[in-house]
Design a protein around this ligand. Structure first.
Ligand code: PLP
Length: 293
């Protein structure tokens, strides 16, 4: 697979945009790679149904619905909160054949517990459990293939961080020269570094070149400011670059600031990984209003 590339300037610095979102017909982006070896593992263990967890606007749930259908699996989405029949993400997941199961926020917090798993197994049978966001060692392995062919192309690569699975995979790219800078877009930054280190230990990547650029999440998941939205509109006008306000918008915003502040970066080869998230735009507009028009 070849990733489409475009060229932009952020704070006057030339950057390559690696368009993962354009590499897949349904815009799965990084989620394609996170699912890849999980699907293999599900098949190898004889499972025909994959169950996972997510919020009502989750990119992961959306991508699982697509990839499950494409690869002949039944899929079950255990969704936090109450059912909303007008939610575009869930409408799509259902149209792909995903079965949805709604649970309270309180119950959702128990998603890792053995007892709750047993309950789900009694209800749904012998399913393949995929954690929230799809992050596990198989996801990291899949994401270690994203930069294949680009091992030597860049000095610095910026990328969105949710659970850290994608970041851990990028860092684990065999033979990678670039430093990976992860931009956390949710809250809980304090535990992220340890989470990423744990995922890296599984891959025996202890001394890799990476860091988290914290303080760029705008207050947490789907939180935003007029400045962020204005910058997204500016990139759309200048470069026809579409970002989403939950993940990639924050990454480009942070990169713009970091490149401005750090003169030593200005003659480096910089790339920004566009991880996808387009489906989230519909969900965002559904809640907060029109983004680009
Ligand atoms: C899920 C997602 C991420 C974060 O991936 P993690 O592996 O959870 O860190 C980044 N960008 C987009 C567009 C996503 O959908």
């Amino acid at each position: 697979m070849e990733i489409p590339v475009s060229h932009i300037h952020l704070s006057g610095v030339a950057c390559d945009v690696l368009h993962l979102e354009k590499a897949f017909p349904n815009g799965e982006g990084n989620k394609y790679f996170k699912l890849k070896y999980n699907l293999v593992e599900a098949r190898n263990t004889g499972k025909d149904t994959i169950l996972s967890f997510g919020g009502a606007f989750s990119n992961h749930i959306h991508a699982l619905a697509v990839e499950g259908k494409e690869n002949g699996f039944n899929t079950i989405g255990v969704i936090r909160g109450e059912e909303d029949p007008d939610n575009p993400t869930l409408q799509f997941a259902r149209a792909m054949g995903m079965q949805l199961h709604f649970i309270s926020r309180e119950k959702y917090r128990q998603k890792q517990d053995e007892i709750f798993r047993k309950e789900l197994q009694e209800k749904f049978g012998d399913v393949y459990f995929l954690p929230e966001g799809g992050t596990n060692a198989y996801a990291v392995k899949g994401c270690s293939e994203i930069l294949r062919g680009l091992e030597d192309a860049f000095d610095v690569i910026y990328c969105a961080v949710g659970t850290g699975g994608t970041l851990a995979g990028l860092i684990s790219t065999p033979g990678l020269r670039a430093k990976i800078i992860g931009i956390p877009v949710l809250h809980g930054e304090d535990i992220l570094e340890a989470d990423v280190r744990r995922l890296l230990e599984d891959q025996e990547m202890h001394n890799a070149n990476w860091e988290l650029a914290t303080g760029n999440h705008f207050g947490g998941y789907a939180k935003h400011t007029p400045e962020l939205i204005a910058a997204m509109r500016r990139w759309k006008t200048e470069y026809d670059l579409i970002t989403d306000p939950v993940y990639t918008g924050k990454v480009f915003f942070a990169a713009e600031q970091l490149l401005q502040q750090n003169i030593s970066l200005q003659n480096k080869k910089i790339a920004i990984l566009h991880t996808g998230g387009f489906q989230g735009i519909a969900g965002w507009e559904y809640r907060f209003g029109s983004l680009f028009t």
